[in-house]
Design a protein around this ligand. Structure first.
Ligand code: TXA
Ligand code: MG
Length: 321
């Protein structure tokens, strides 16, 4: 077999129809895709990622009309959100149809659905003729991949193929909103901000994540250690007088001063969208054994910055070494 197993759109579609799993690009992060209707394919996804089966998967579609193949009792609000933000970085939780296996939803009565905007993701979904379950294409608890090389480094020898679609334009996982409960609730912040949801739906609630080991995760990364690189990453103020380890690197944001010079900069101009598209790539790049500590500058907690703060707080060690 070629190694890494780089694959074309058509070859990927054939693998998926045959029950194999393939990494595909989306605008947010790379996904590890399998036939959402096939429990064996779903089992391969969990196995390749070493992901516990209590963490449910998102089902990807390439046409709003496909929603009714997967979800039932779809409220009008889902169609209003779909019109506004699909295709794009938004996942909607809806009551599930019986044809979606329990393994996909961790036995929850609801299913997560997303219509990605990436043309290659759409082409693969259409050509396979299947809704595709796809979590981020990384090992469980590792940083999500935003390039095909990130995927290859973690999963190359475990999956049938990787389709290279270049770097992901958004760079952080989709916003998740639940329409399966009493009130629309944002479960995971992302590029579609609470303000953008409120514009379409009126009032929305925001779920504070709390960890309940062993139970289906209603919001991702409820494990506090989700998204963590191997080199300790610290997101917080460094106390004056604290001596940093010798090989500390700094991910800067804008031109604010820091305890050491910037190693890389998320956005010199302080542009949040640019910063989002670069964060995971920097986390991957600096996750090398020659470094002792990764520091990250504070990022304003507004707009998509809320998603960055959410992921960085989970990635961060709680106290400096
Ligand atoms: O941007 C994204 O969403 C990427 C790309 C590949 O589409 N996917 C992604 O998947 O981030 P993943 O598996 O890493 O995160 C999906 C999260 C799960 O951790 C889970 O908590 C939540 O979605 N989820 C899935 N189904 C759910 C459900 N029925 N109810 C509540 N949360 C659900
Ligand atoms: Mg993930």
């Amino acid at each position: 077999m070629k190694f890494p197993p780089w694959t074309s759109i058509s070859e990927a579609a054939r693998f998926l129809q045959a029950g194999e799993v393939v990494a595909i690009p989306t605008e947010t992060v790379y996904g590890l895709a399998g036939n959402a209707f096939d429990p064996k394919a779903l089992a391969k996804i969990f196995a390749a990622k070493e992901r516990p089966t209590f963490d449910p998967l998102i089902v990807h579609i390439a046409d709003i009309a496909q929603l009714t193949d997967i979800a039932k009792d779809i409220p009008d609000s889902a169609y209003r959100l779909a019109e506004a933000y699909w295709p794009g970085p938004m996942t909607i939780i809806l009551p599930k149809k019986d044809c979606i296996p329990d393994l996909c939803t961790s036995a929850l009565p609801s299913v997560a659905v997303r219509f990605p905007s990436h043309p290659i993701a759409q082409a693969i979904i259409k050509e396979s003729g299947l809704p595709l379950a796809a979590p981020s294409a990384n090992l469980f608890k590792h940083v999500s991949p935003t390039t095909a090389e990130h995927v290859a480094a973690q999963l190359a020898d475990r999956i049938a193929g990787i389709v290279d679609g270049g770097p992901c334009s958004v760079g952080v996982e989709s916003s998740i909103i639940s329409l399966a409960g009493e009130k629309p609730t944002v479960l995971r912040p992302g590029a579609i901000t609470p303000e953008m949801f409120a514009k379409v739906l009126g009032d929305v609630a925001i779920k504070e994540s709390t960890s309940k080991p062993g139970q289906p995760m209603l919001a991702p990364g409820q494990c506090d250690t989700h998204y963590r690189p191997q080199v300790p990453l610290y997101y917080g103020e460094v106390p004056a007088g604290y001596t940093l380890p010798e090989h500390t690197v700094r991910i800067a944001f804008g031109t604010q001063p820091g305890p050491i010079p910037a190693t890389v900069n998320l956005s010199v101009t302080g542009d949040m969208v640019e910063a989002t598209s670069k964060l995971y790539a920097f986390m991957h790049d600096l996750d090398k054994s020659e470094y002792d500590l990764i520091l990250v500058d504070p990022i304003p907690n507004v707009g998509v910055g809320m998603a960055l703060n959410d992921r960085l707080k989970r990635a961060s060690i709680k106290t400096l070494p």
